[in-house]
Every structure is written in C-alpha cells, then in structure tokens.
Write a protein that binds this ligand. Sequence first.
Ligand code: C5P
Length: 230
Amino acid sequence: MIKQTYAAILPAAGIGSRMQSVLPKQYLPLAGKTVIEHSLSHLIQHSAISEVVVVLAENDCWFRQLEVAKHPKITLAPGGAERCDSVLSGLHAIKKAEWVLVHDAARPCLTHSDIDLLIEHIETYHQGAILGTQVRDTMKRSDANGNILGTVDREHLWHALTPQAFSVQQLRLALESALLQGVNITDEASAIELSGAACSILPGRADNLKVTRPEDMAMAELFLTQSLSL
Ligand code: C5P
C-alpha cells in the first residue's frame, strides 16, 4: 500500500532551439497527440500521483488548447529563465504532496513501470532517487576542436534521465541554495548532490528518450506506436 503523497512537475517552459522548429518541441505532433500529452499521460493516470503541475512559458498559447489542460489533477505555474527556475516555480504551486517527481515535457515515452520504480524506492527508503541508464559506449573526452584527450572509465557512469523524485521541501531548499550559489543546475539531482544529501540512481528504461533533435522524433514515434515502451 502506498503511504506517501506524490505530485509531479512537468517543466515545459523551454523553447527547444535544437529542434529547429517554430513550435516548441513539446507541442510537435507525435503518434496522434502532441509530445507533451504523451509525457503527461502516465503521470496523470498513476493512482499514487494526486497533482500534476505543468510549468509554462509566459507566452505559451498552446497548452490551454489541449483537452488534457482541463484534467482535474493539473495546475499551471509560470516558467523561469532556466529549467531549475521553472522547477522551483512548479514546487511553489504544489498544494499538499510531500514528494515530487520532476519529468521533462520532452520525454514522451515514460512508462508506468518506471514511475513505479521511483515510488517503490521512496516508499521503502524515504529518500530521493532518479532514473538513469548505464553508459554502454566507450567514453571519450575531447578538447574544443574534437581532438581526443583521453578515454573516460565508463564503470559506474550513467545517463541521468527523468523523472527525478525528491521530497518537495528538500528539493525546494536545495534548488534555492544552488541558485544563491550561482551553480549551473541541469537536473534536480545536481542540486541535491550540492546539498550533500544522498540520492540513488535506478536503472530505468533506455527508450525513455528526450526529444532534442529532429531525428529523435522518429525514434519516439517508433517506441510509442510499436507499444515497445508500454
Ligand atoms: O532544453 P532541455 O531539453 O534541457 O529542457 C528540458 C525540459 O525543461 C523541457 O521540458 C523544457 O521545456 C523545460 N524547460 C523549462 N524552463 C526553461 C528551460 C527548459 O521548463 N527555462
């Protein structure tokens, strides 16, 4: 039985410049819906998650036109200059949940089982965790000109994915402190690491990709339409 209370935050206030599209990438069509509708669907449907905060850019004129915007679990919050500002804004909009799962709007192939993995971890250990995939390729470090400087040991090296799940209060304090220190924070775990608190990385599904470049859309479409990620 689930004992803790959970919210989700979907930071969706980015413009996704690498996608070379007029529409922000979260609104691009994908397998019969928009990217963001896919990213939201399993979070909204999950019975342990009682509220979902969608963080939008000030000039966003797309989200409110979607059917899902009317869902009773959804509330909206204003985005900030950087992803971490948007997440902090989302944290302030959480009504009563003690724990939060932060998930990129640009990751449409999230599965119910990956959400379960994080929630089971929190129920058992009462401690934050993120999803990741272990690095498989040989890793190289180069200089700015593409000259190889060396090979990076890939043992214990991970790609950090989302959702990333933490106590609402712990994450808020960690993000506020990181912002005050002027540290570049690209995911929630970075702020938690900076605070010195423990955080686990759990092996998630490799098909939970972030759509960043145009070619990622074809891959996401394949995963969704083949039900490979369900
Ligand atoms: O740009 P990137 O792919 O790293 O963005 C990850 C997520 O953070 C996206 O869902 C994007 O919409 C969101 N974001 C945000 N506010 C920003 C920048 C990015 O909510 N200022």
